[in-house]
Design a protein around this ligand. Sequence first.
Ligand SMILES: Cc1ncc(COP(=O)(O)O)c(C=O)c1O
Length: 364
Amino acid sequence: MFNDDVRKKDVKTPTIVGEVWHNGEFIRWDDARVHVMSHVLHYGSSVFEGIRCYKTKRGPAVFRLREHIQRLLNSAKIYRMEHPWTLDELCDATVHLVARGGLQQCYVRPIMFRSLDEERPAFGVNPFPNPMACYIGAWDWGKYLGDAAIEQGVDVCVSSWNRLTPNSMPAMAKAGANYMNSQLIKMEAITNGYAEGIALDDRGYVSEGSGENIFLIHEGKVITPPLASSILPGITRDSVIEICRALEIPLVESSIQRAALYVADELFFSGTAAEITPIRSVDRIPVGVGSRGPVTERIQKAFFEITSGEREAPGDWLTFVGEHKPAQAENNGHRAPKGDEMKKAASTASASDTRDAIHVTLTE
Ligand SMILES: Cc1ncc(COP(=O)(O)O)c(C=O)c1O
């Protein structure tokens, strides 16, 4: 019924950085392993990030590093994860990993999760007895929705699966468990021959793709669902909003009916992995003229000029790896913090690093 190759296809993974940052130290990729009875494997107790590092004339530059790490800390706070890692330490660790990996461009994956204390194992749902672990890995990742997608756009469907409801699983936390919902959306889409699925929220309004936020263009105005539509507060989404402001393109955050997708002039996805990917059809109905539209192209062009360092960003968006000054001098050696330090840091980390609202309003 469907081609098995399509189901097994992933984007090309040509190079993986041979080291992984773990709890303050760099270890070999091959040594980055967990026990099969770890809490995270059974109960989905992880939070993570996806960050891109772009090739620029000034060397590799990590895109919106602090905002990503801040969102990681916020996700951890929502799930009551007490941990010793600070914003500065994780930012420094990410930059050092990229520098040590020697890649000009890559995708960085920090992950924090509930692990297993092998001397005092705990197997219940209650996560509190399980120790926290933190790893950061990196690899060179191609275009998430395929090489041609950026120009030609993708064919998508509206999923029969709804996005998470706000009072069941908070979509604003980037938690591993949320991606079981994303997998249902993605598997249904690819099984039916689409590149991606768009999920509606529990009220029937447009929410987001399985791993992307969505933007609609109607009569020159850009519209995107608000946080209240159970979306992840995407950092690329925020970048698009800022780019629209800079380009003086009108933008509103508003609930979107499913039918509006079919009559939109243009649609595109935004996300770290997908970057800015035009959508050329929804449920086999062509969007606009059925190819990338002019407003999408303008925003996409500005986005790629910013990420490649050719155009000034609306904010301090690029961390140049070769020029980065570590914020935490005492942590440069990346030793693992110990006992009391962990506890002390945990209280300060959760109090100060998660205090600031991330780059978007949380009350939309
Ligand atoms: C469900 C979901 N929505 C939206 C996004 C886009 O977020 P960002 O632009 O921060 O990568 C992602 C990717 O992280 C995602 O997984």
